[in-house]
Design a protein around this ligand. Sequence first.
Ligand code: OXD
Length: 311
Amino acid sequence: MAILLSTKASAMEAWRDALLELDPSLEIRMFPEAGDPADIEAAVCWTSHDMGELRRYPNLRLIVSMGAGVDHLLRPPGPPPGIPVARLVDHRLTTGMTEWVLLNVLRFHRQDPDYRALQAARVWEELPAPETSSARRIGILGLGELGAASAKALLSLGFPVMGWSRRPKAIEGVEGFHGPEGLEAMLPRTDILVCLLPLTPGTRGVINARSLALLPRGAFLINGARGGHVVQPDLLAALDSGQIAGAALDVFEPEPLPADHPFWGHPKVILTPHAASITIPRSAAPQVVENIRRSREGRSLINLVDFAAGY
Ligand code: OXD
C-alpha cells in the first residue's frame, strides 16, 4: 500500500524525506504520480489538492491535512465521506505563530510604524513614550492551540490579556469572554485585537464595520488566522478614518493578494504573504507517521478534525 503526497512543488521532497526518515518502509507517491489508485491507503495533502480527486482511491483509509487550519476541507466537495481526516497540531507551527503575534504586538506597542515613517523622512524626533505593557490591553479572538500560546507569551511580557472563544474557556491569567455578548463586551476594552480563530460559517466576517467600530479609536488589528475573518472593505474604511491605527495582516481573501489591492501600498498596513507560521516537514512528520501506523493497526487516530465544530 502507498501514501499519496500532495503539496506545493517546493515542499514535496522535504516532506517525502521527512516521512521516509521516520519510516523507510513507506511507499510514497508524489502527486500527480499516484500509480494504481487501488494502492493508495493514505493521502497527505494540503490546500492545493482537490478534495474531489480523493474519491478516485477505493482503498483510502486516512487523510492528513498538512496544516492547522481546516477551512478548505469544509468547502464543497469536501473530503470523501466516511474517511477520517487528521490535521497538524505542531509545536513548531504554534511557536511560529506566537513569534509573529509578539513581533506585531510589540511593533504597534512600541510605535515602530511611526518611527519607520520618521526614518524614511530622515526626521530625528522622539515620540511621546508608549504606555507600559500593563496599560496596553490585548484581546485575542480564538483560544485554541495558537490563541492560548500567544496569550501566555503576551502575559509573560506584562500585557493584560482577554480572550474570546465560542464556548467558555479558562486559561490562567486570561479574562475570558464567549458568545456574541462576550465579543461586544471585550471589544471596547481592546487596544490590540489579535485574530487566531478557525474560519467557520460562524466566524466568517467577524471583523467588520460593526465590530471595528466597537474597538476604542486608534486600536490595532493583527490577523494571523484567515482572510475570510475580515470584511476587507470595512477594514480599509476603518484604517482610512483613523478608527484603526494600523493592521498587521498575514492572510487575505483571495490569496495571493492581487497586485492592485489597496492593502499592498497602504501606509497603515504591514503585510506578510501567509507566512506567519510555516509548517516544517521534519517537525510535523512524526504525527503523520504515527497516524499512518494507527490507521494500519485500527487504533484511534490523533488530531482528528471535528467537522461539526469546524476545526
Ligand atoms: C495552517 C496555515 O493552517 O498554514 O497551518 O495556514
